[in-house]
Design a protein around this ligand. Sequence first.
Ligand code: PSU
Ligand code: MN
Length: 306
Amino acid sequence: MIVPDLGLSLSDEVRSALTGGRPLVALESTIISHGLPQPDNLRIAREIEQTVRDHGAVPATIGMVGGVIRVGLDDADLTRLATQPDVAKLSVRDLAVAAASGATGATTVASTSAIAAAAGIAVFATGGLGGVHRYAAQTFDESADLVTLARTPIAVVCAGVKSILDVAATLERLETLGVAVAGYRTKRFPGFFITDSGYELDWQLDSPEQVALALSAQQRQGVQRAALVVANPLPVSEQLDPELHDRVLAEGLSIVERDRVVGKQVTPVLLSHFHSATSGASLAVNVRIILRNAALAAQIAVARAA
Ligand code: PSU
Ligand code: MN
């Protein structure tokens, strides 16, 4: 049996940016393998990285290839994760067993943030967080993203959580878990495809510099060793038509119930229903969200490095 590299394998570019104190943005790979449909996913993954570069930071897409955790995937690895049929979805608890199995897998918000923080990366961009699922009171289905963010000091730029989840319960759990949540230039918590989830936040931050200041304060205070969620809503003019959104969501939820979808399949099944049932409209919105978050995350990383 060949024993692979059991630690974190940093790309040369990521390693030199870290040692040089240059701005870095961590990116997850589950959105590529499980969250976005083929064949668009690979092109989008490359666009996300390019957006980070265009805004002055180094992208570090994270995933596992052949049992090795890679921080800074090269294009061949990115292609593997985007196109291989048997890519595992790896949360934090999966990482060690997957390494011992020589697995190839994509990392979720939970595992990406944990790996990024361990590598010394302070800013992470994604689309939406996992959270508390509807009917969690019966199913106990709450994403490991939440407990992981509770113990991982990193800034996560996202567009809130999708309305496939129980948004109110997710916000309550983030509060309980001590995860900071600030709206970017708003106090309305975004609803991913839609600008406003209907829930109000306590705090807003208005510039990349102010987010960087909050990160410095967190570090200097040494009190809250948890994530700072920067909730970055789409402009109203770019959101998914709310009526279309509500209809497709209701359909997706009934498919999950009808087919008794459980566990880590729930999120991908709902997302792929959205993309097919809106004939691509939700995909276009999804891409806009991720690219906007990548841009903001890069600006935060640049402000922090200054
Ligand atoms: N939410 C989305 N798109 C996604 C995911 C969540 O809008 O692709 C992915 C992220 O990687 C997230 C994971 O961390 O799903 C959560 O899955 P689960 O609910 O099984 O923890
Ligand atoms: Mn789950």
